[in-house]
Design a protein around this ligand. Structure first.
Ligand code: HAM
Length: 420
């Protein structure tokens, strides 16, 4: 057989339910905060990310699935969603069409990275963006949404890290200070860092090479170089986070691996999911619209890796588990009655299963167990004659007869009553 491509993965029954839950919970939450869904193409012009994500990022330099298509155009599978959403927002003048300039997107992203636990070449993000709002209260609202998302998924022990990376007014001084502080040490750093020191010194903070870390840890902090506007903005973000009672840690190393960030950056980290522990990350990008040739608009948002959210999510609570029904029958005469009952249960929006192969009652009960049926409804000659159905509680083994006319309603009550 031809196997799947390295770094990609199938999401199979048994696992897909957790994905569906994560998606449902996120969707409901985003809509409560006033976001509307946008779906953009998976394939875009390469230029969108070269200009948007940034020429000096690892993503653009090493990780894009970019190629020349049959028409001779340079295209790429998207490595992230932010530039696509900005493009779509401008291209369709959504500013005029939407009640609030807040969008979200779910979908696969592609980065040619070294696969490991929690890191894939095709992975899935949920992404939210707010356009055209510069107030620091929005930064805090977006962080609050990220925090609420992690909580709504039942993930405990997560940590919020925030920073400010300044703006084009104050960043050059910070970049110069980094280069000055590195001095001759730069030659002791890895080749990537040596290149970064030349092209975009902030990117040095992305370095994962263990030997480089002591040097990087001793570098100056972006917060010490903020201009008045950026400092005031960050103080206001902190004040709002305090007001919302969201615990956080400030980390000067959080410059994020994409070039467009200005001012606020943040990540939420999880415990117990391995080295790739960033559940989500985001920040403000006030220059990206112009960078892409659009109007002068601010932006802020974040993206979460669904693989990592699903990994960090606890098992569903008993009350959230599905409680399917199974219809078993004995003898050919009961088969049609069983089929009609199966259909009635499904019409009543209950999950119901049946086996068509006409195997023994024992074999059918086995199947019911495998399906984790909460109740099995048994129809045999006796039940048929009496106009009744036997209802077996699979947890207790208890069994009783219910009138056929009443059985659908009874099942609904049983299934829903089992949730607490
Ligand atoms: P990012 O930090 O590159 O930001 O990715 C966001 C999240 O996507 C990460 O925290 C991680 O959970 C997940 N992720 C990234 N790469 C992989 C991978 N190879 N395998 C599995 N999961 C991965 C962005 O993409 C920005 N667009 C976020 C943003 C939105 N900033 C502002 N708005």
């Amino acid at each position: 057989m031809i196997p799947a491509i390295r770094g990609t993965h199938d999401i199979l029954p048994g696992e897909v339910e957790r994905w569906q839950r994560a998606e449902d919970i996120s969707r409901r939450l985003f809509e409560r905060y006033g976001y509307a869904e946008v779906r953009t193409p998976i394939i875009e012009r390469e230029e969108l990310f070269a200009k948007g994500t940034g020429e000096t990022t690892d993503i653009v330099q090493k990780e894009m699935y970019a190629f020349t298509d049959k028409g001779g155009e340079r295209v790429t599978l998207r490595p992230e969603a932010t530039p696509s959403l900005v493009r779509a927002f401008v291209e369709h003048a959504l500013e005029q069409r939407m009640a609030a300039p807040k969008v979200y997107l779910f979908g696969p992203m592609f980065r040619y990275e070294r696969p490991q636990k929690g890191r894939y070449r095709q992975f899935h993000q949920l992404d939210v963006e707010v356009f055209g709002m510069a107030d620091p209260a929005i930064d805090a609202e977006v962080v609050d949404l990220a925090w609420a998302l992690v909580a709504a998924l039942g993930i405990v022990g997560a940590e919020l890290v925030v920073n400010s990376v300044g703006c084009p007014a104050c960043r050059p001084a910070f970049a110069a200070a980094l280069v000055a502080a590195l001095g001759a040490d730069v030659s002791r750093l890895c080749r990537d860092c040596q290149r970064r020191a030349q092209t975009n010194p902030l990117r040095i903070f992305d370095c994962k090479v263990p030997a480089d870390q002591p040097v990087i840890d001793a570098l100056p902090h972006s917060l010490d170089f903020l201009c008045d506007g950026c400092r005031t903005h960050f103080a206001a973000v902190e004040r709002h986070l305090g007001m919302y009672g969201i615990p956080y840690r400030v980390s000067h190393r959080l410059v994020r691996g994409l070039d467009y960030y200005t001012r606020t950056t943040f990540e939420i980290l999880a415990g117990g999911i391995g080295a790739q522990n960033a559940l989500l990350g985001g920040g403000r990008y006030d220059g990206l619209f112009r960078q892409l040739g659009g109007p002068d608009r601010t932006g802020i948002g974040f993206a979460a890796g669904l693989e990592r959210l699903v990994l960090a999510m606890p098992e569903p609570r008993r009350s959230e588990r599905r409680r399917p029904l199974f219809v078993a029958y004995m003898g050919e005469a009961a088969r049609d009655a069983a089929l009609a009952l199966l259909r009635d249960l499904r019409r009543a929006e209950l999950e119901a299963h049946m086996e068509y192969e006409g195997r023994s009652l024992k074999a059918q009960m086995k199947r019911a167990d495998r399906l984790r049926a909460a109740f099995t409804l048994i129809l045999g000659e006796e039940e048929l004659a009496a106009g009744e159905v036997s209802v077996k509680d699979m947890a207790t083994g208890g069994q009783r007869r219910v009138r056929r006319e009443a059985v659908v309603e009874e099942c609904r009550a049983l299934v829903n009553g089992g949730r607490e």
